[in-house]
Design a protein around this ligand. Structure first.
Ligand SMILES: [Ca+2]
Ligand SMILES: [Ca+2]
Ligand SMILES: [Ca+2]
Ligand SMILES: [Ca+2]
Length: 480
């Protein structure tokens, strides 16, 4: 520093600060489409998006039949349709996770239903008559102190029910907190020792109630945060940076986002609709909030009387917001960005699209399925799990994939695909079709492959950051 004058030191610091802010606050998000065209069905909305036991689940309704479907994915890109039987006869409105089970709340005019599953595949009907038949939908689910709570849409006012085990249930509020206009408990979340309940109230604006024990409730917000004419419904809570955030669906002028550190004193955190004319010109709007890697994300939903689509916005401090997606991810029919969820460290956003079907977008780089050949030249792929040797594994170059784009430092191979790193690799035409494939060698003892395994998996990244996945059959020998 001996030749630097104070001015150049300041300049230096400024350059560093700019570089840091460029790398964090201004870093653009690369959005990738993970689900296309309503999963190939006539599905318009992603109603629910939730993480459970290593899968991302999405629930959506078929437009013409009203039949509901659940799809799930292990990697965000490859999706399987789960056979949910008669649970699919009506729309799944909300899903929640409690004590090892995935729960689904289903709207029915004869009384809402609650189903649950321990594995995501097999579902049991837990509640079949809405607790009482006045409850025609389940809108919200949350946990407080080891108990599970659900909020209903009830004729005569929304109800909150509590269960220690998902089987025994008890009502813990008066209908609509004593006012039948609080027709639904539209959001529930634990924050700082209290369970917060947000309502849909048609007459004079949404309310927020809270309880430390789930039994005695106190109102902390009345009259739609002061906008009693237009703030009908509290649609989402989220915790971020030591505060509870509440998203409010509004009629005219754009959704509102309010926050509170103590649950009692609330401040509005942004201009309604983020001041964006696309949002403020819609008849009604709301947004879904989601915390993700130190930032708060808001995915906006608009009525269909607008010329453009919903957007994702991001805030690092809870008050300054930047739009970080194109309108409707570049498609004006993605008018509602209905649900957002974090799965495996990436953010996913599900859309409503009334032209080509719902979509899911993510900041996770795309996943490419690659052709893997264990022991090139052998179709048996015999592996002795006790061998002290190495297993050769090839990633083949195909019409769609160049094996020389693989980042060999990121490749793993074994029982599940995360075990062994290669100890040697080379580019070589292993299948004799004239193009160069990537051959990698892995120590058998590091692969985790055990007697009786019939498949082994490879994962990795390309040099430009995309994910690769592939598998091949194996036959274990020397096991007797
Ligand atoms: Ca949310
Ligand atoms: Ca082979
Ligand atoms: Ca080839
Ligand atoms: Ca080749």
């Amino acid at each position: 520093m001996k030749n630097m004058n104070p001015f150049s030191i300041v300049l230096c610091i400024l350059v560093v600060l700019c570089a840091v802010s460029f790398l964090t606050a201004d870093m653009p998000i690369q959005w990738n489409q993970a689900v296309f065209n309503g999963f190939g069905m006539n599905l318009w909305d992603i109603n629910c998006l939730i993480t459970f036991e290593g899968h991302l689940y999405a629930a959506a309704v078929e437009v013409s039949t009203g039949q509901c479907y659940i799809w799930r994915s292990e990697n965000g890109y490859d999706w399987e349709n789960i056979d949910i039987g008669s649970m699919g006869s009506a729309a799944i409105k909300t899903m929640g996770v409690f004590d090892g089970y995935l729960y689904a709340g289903i709207g029915k005019s004869t009384g809402a239903e609650i189903w649950r599953s321990g594995d995501g595949l097999n579902w049991d009907l837990i509640i079949d008559d809405g607790f009482d038949t006045s409850n025609i939908n389940i809108y919200s689910m949350a946990e407080l102190d080891g108990d599970f709570y659900v909020g209903t849409w009830g004729n005569g006012g929304g109800q909150i029910w509590r269960s220690p085990d998902g089987l025994f249930w008890q009502k813990v509020n008066t209908n609509g907190f004593g006012n039948g206009s609080n027709v639904a408990i539209t959001a529930l979340m634990e924050f700082d020792g209290y369970l917060y309940a947000g309502t849909n109230k048609w007459t004079d604006g949404c309310e927020v109630w809270r309880s430390a024990d789930g039994t005695s409730w106190a109102r902390v917000v009345a009259n739609g945060f002061g906008n009693s004419d237009y703030n009908d419904s509290l649609v989402d809570f989220e915790e971020f940076d030591g505060s509870i955030f509440a998203a409010v669906m509004t009629f005219i002028n754009g959704f509102e986002i309010w926050k509170s550190q103590d649950g009692i004193n609330w401040v509005e955190t942004a201009s309604p609709g983020f001041g964006d004319p696309v949002n403020t010109s819609a008849t009604y709007t709301w947004c879904d909030l989601q915390e993700h890697t130190g930032a708060l994300y808001a995915s906006t939903s608009l009525s269909r009387d607008v010329s453009d689509g919903g957007q994702v916005w991001r805030s690092f401090d809870g008050s300054t917001w930047d739009r970080i997606s194109d309108y409707g991810f570049g498609n004006s029919s993605n008018v509602k960005l209905f649900r957002s969820e974090v799965f495996d460290d990436y953010l996913y956003v599900g859309t409503h699209n009334h032209n080509t079907g719902c979509e899911i977008w993510t900041n996770k780089p795309p996943v490419i399925d690659v052709d893997v050949d264990i022991k090139p030249g052998s179709t048996q792929n015999s592996i002795n799990p006790r061998s002290k040797g190495k297993i050769p594994v090839a990633i083949l170059t195909t019409e769609d994939f160049q094996a020389n784009t693989v980042d060999v430092n990121e490749v793993r191979f074994g029982k599940t695909g995360i075990e062994a790193a290669p100890v040697h690799y080379a580019l070589k035409d292993v299948d004799g079709d004239g193009d160069l494939d990537l051959i990698l060698h892995f120590k058998t003892q590091e692969t985790g492959i055990q007697c009786g395994d019939t498949q082994a998996f490879l994962t990795g990244r390309t040099i430009d950051g995309k994910f690769i996945e592939g598998s091949d059959s194996v036959r274990t020998v020397g096991c007797k």
